[in-house]
Design a protein around this ligand. Structure first.
Ligand code: ADE
Length: 231
């Protein structure tokens, strides 16, 4: 999988060198390239923002550097997905992570300030033969920019790329894969600070363990995220 990231803070993405994603990068499974948006400006101050048309607070990212960056990155590509992290986007959930994991090429456009001029998104949408467009929100809160959101999305999608996670079974039995929260996990010792591990887990009865875990998933989901049972 190839991943391009466009940002005014390329240094944010040095964390992608560690952990499982770092290993996947080293092995060539994932090819991540980070681009400085200011490299696509042509004025002395390398300007990337301007005041909002129509008035209002804050600054908006100018379309021209984004257009050049996307033209460069998408040249010769046919099946990219261009992701714009934004609190105004569709909610990023596990099924979207699975869709992104299937794409051979992801491009993340990390906006700052009040966001990117909407025409950058709209223009990219006029080229479906080159790329699909997704405006994605991590949740109902506002971050300072798209960088942290892009990293979360890269990690969530990247770990679903075949070959990424050591044990593929651990992907099946986790929160959200079946639309429910995950059951609680325990390891040794069986008693810790006077707290016991649920006895069924020590019984060796695999059917009973599976039934208990399922019940825990349902109980947790009902208590913490009841809306998941209605969706
Ligand atoms: N950029 C700023 N806030 C965001 C959010 N909640 N999700 C995705 N991108 C964002």
């Amino acid at each position: 999988m190839r991943i391009d990231v466009v940002t005014i803070f390329p240094e944010f993405f040095s964390v992608l060198d560690v952990s499982l994603l770092g290993k996947a990068r080293q092995s060539g499974l994932i090819d991540i390239r980070v681009h400085d948006l200011r490299g696509f400006t042509h004025d002395r101050h390398r300007t990337v923002d301007d005041t909002p048309t129509g008035g209002g607070a804050g600054m908006v990212m100018k379309p021209e550097p984004w257009g050049e960056a996307l033209d460069t990155i998408l040249a010769g590509t046919a099946d990219a997905v261009v992701v714009f992290p934004t609190p105004a986007g569709e909610l990023f959930r596990q099924p979207v992570a699975r869709e992104l994991a299937d794409a051979p090429h992801l491009v993340f456009c990390c906006g700052r300030y009040e966001g990117i001029d909407q025409r950058v998104v709209d223009h990219t949408r006029t080229r479906p033969e080159v790329a699909a467009v997704r405006e994605l929100s991590l949740g109902d809160y506002v971050l300072n920019g798209g960088e942290v959101a892009a990293m979360a999305i890269i990690e969530a999608a990247g770990r679903l790329v075949p070959g990424m996670v050591g044990n593929p079974e651990s992907l099946v039995e986790e929160s959200h894969e079946d639309g429910l929260l995950e059951y609680p996990s325990y390891t040794k010792p069986a008693v810790w600070r006077e707290l016991e591990t649920p006895p069924v887990l020590l019984s060796g009865n695999h059917a009973a363990i599976a039934a208990w875990r399922r019940e825990q998933q349902l109980e947790r989901t009902r208590r913490i995220r009841p809306e998941l049972l209605r969706d």
